[in-house]
Design a protein around this ligand. Structure first.
Ligand code: MBD
Ligand code: FE
Length: 280
């Protein structure tokens, strides 16, 4: 086996040295992780006969892609993998059962306006389609969750997020709010209906997706963090069940139970969706 090459003594010695494991200083956890990461890279090089030119091509790709690491990660499934891992650990401990968690993605921004009541998320007068979302935050026994904060963020009708829009100025917190909920756990907001997201054309993620025979599209979706005293914080999102990419999300963020089909009436888009939190 070619892989055996990596487990030979001289290479194990090199690995210890390169990761700093033989040095006294340094962060022990980082040293252990770096050792395995370097070993994984060496294994790939051996297994696939990667030559020097290809290695430098990879370096160049990663260098170009540094600004898109937050997109590459969900694109190669690592962010979804974390969800699967947390689900599996919950199952082992007899936990889980609330609304499924799913990926946060790279486009959350802290500090959105804190609002209350029947609120509007958008600062945008131009988009036409209006999204109306309503529902309730419940606990495991169906009880209303009191005192929750619902963080919401989503793209505009062209699939662009405020803070990350290359085509125009958006107000900093357009389509981003923190909604303070009351004792009944009910929420209700209106906004401009989002459309699906696409990775920047010609960027590192796009090029990788093309080279893999894939695409860089997500269905229209709305992100949430839900925090409430006594309950476990939930990171999730709903994806529009009638979107052409509903079952073909490049970031693997769509999950069963998180795909409501919007009720469309003219320019209005209605979604009713309840969330169930677990106890902390
Ligand atoms: C998004 O809007 C998103 O939610 C994820 C996970 C990745 C890229 C863009
Ligand atoms: Fe998103």
């Amino acid at each position: 086996m070619k892989e055996d090459f990596v487990s030979t003594a001289p290479i194990q010695t090199l690995l210890d040295k390169a990761s700093g494991l033989t040095e006294t200083g340094g962060d022990p956890r980082l040293k252990a992780i770096m050792r395995d990461l370097i070993e994984a890279a060496m294994t790939v090089i051996v297994r696939h006969d990667v030559n020097e030119s290809e290695l430098w091509q990879a370096v160049s790709f990663l260098q170009d892609g540094v600004g898109e690491f937050g997109l590459l990660m969900p694109g190669i499934g690592l962010e979804h993998f974390m969800d699967l891992l947390m689900d599996a650990r919950d199952a082992e401990q007899g936990r889980g059962g609330g609304t499924p968690r799913t990926i946060e993605g790279p486009l959350y921004v802290e500090g959105a306006p804190l609002v209350e009541g029947d609120v509007t998320l958008t600062d945008d007068p131009d988009d036409t389609d209006t999204l109306y979302m309503t529902g309730e935050i419940k606990g495991p026994d169906g009880e209303p969750v009191s005192g929750a904060t619902l963080h919401v963020w989503h793209a505009d009708s062209r699939g662009f997020y405020s803070h990350f829009d290359p085509t125009r100025e958006q107000t900093p917190f357009n389509n981003r709010r923190r909604i303070k909920l009351g004792a009944d756990g009910a929420y209700s907001f209106r906004s401009k209906a989002p459309n699906g997201y696409s990775v920047p054309p010609g960027g590192a993620t796009d090029r990788l997706m093309q080279a893999l025979g894939r695409h860089g599209n997500r269905p229209a979706h709305v992100h949430f963090f839900i925090e409430a005293p006594g309950y476990r914080t939930l990171t999730t999102q709903i994806n529009f069940g009638d979107d052409p990419f509903a079952a073909d999300d490049f970031a693997f963020g769509t999950r069963e139970g998180l795909l409501p089909v919007p009720n469309r009436q003219g320019d209005s888009v209605f979604i009713a969706f309840d969330f169930t939190l677990e106890k902390a």
